[in-house]
Write a protein that binds this ligand. Sequence first.
Ligand code: NCD
Length: 310
Amino acid sequence: MDFKGRDFLSGDDYSNEEIMHVLQTADVMNEHLKKKENLDLCHGKVLATLFFEPSTRTQFSFQSAMLRLGGTTLGFSGPEGTSVRKGETLEDTVRTVEGYCDVIAMRHPEPYSAMRAADMVSVPVINGGDGPHEHPTQTMLDLFTIYKEHEKQFKGLNLAFYGDLKYGRTTHSLCKAATRLGANVFFVSPETLEMPGEYVKIAKENGARVVETNDLMEVIGEADVIYTTRIQKERFPTMEDYERAGKNYRKVDKLMMYSFKKDALLMHPLPRVDEISVEVDNDPRSVFMKQAHYGVPVRMAIISLLLGVV
Ligand code: NCD
């Protein structure tokens, strides 16, 4: 298995064995983190984080990961203050930044933007979210959370996606990878926010049992993981569309949690807006904060594999 010099643009570019290798490497990183041991694997290396869209977890956990690996970071969060505001193209920005770093993690509002960037430069490019399309490193930490927190792991796991499946890029990447690893998927969304057909098709081709519904109650008793997502307000053509789509979304609260399996996991890529009531935060099945924290060991694994230092 050779990761050195490769990009991380979509889970599709990695085999099941390679995905499992990332998770196992993340597990080793996680053990070091638990013991408060920083590693020196990336000493002298620089990560550039180019975030053209808002981000808290992805950006900071990439930076934290590189710092914990003994490397350094530079970058921007939002194009203000950079030449993008003067009209510079994405292509020119990444070609410039390539000269200042060893690896680039980026987020951009346009689908396939990370792929465009990767075509321009020779340092590895990591896709931290390209519009409503994909978010493959989030998928790796989602898989890592299941790997660590659920006995069943992937084969035969019933994974219910709940929320905005049309624009929610985390659900697109995760449903492809999880079904490839043997999970079944339940797509639960308000009307108009259903999972796009191309992903439903891939899930079926991967041999998954697929259920599509607008009512969470239909599948709740069977779900091993409930993966909740925010209605992606910024992607709607108009505010009216957003309000109409969101009004039938039923929040996860204490009462609803009674219908969950005893060993189910309640996950969310975060940020949460109004999808999960704070009253369930202390339920042992609520693992979404743990999930966010797993972003560090998982991104440590990805960075060090692509830089060829592990
Ligand atoms: C997600 C994203 O940016 O797609 N957040 C994240 O990276 N953890 C989810 C979201 O914004 O709803």
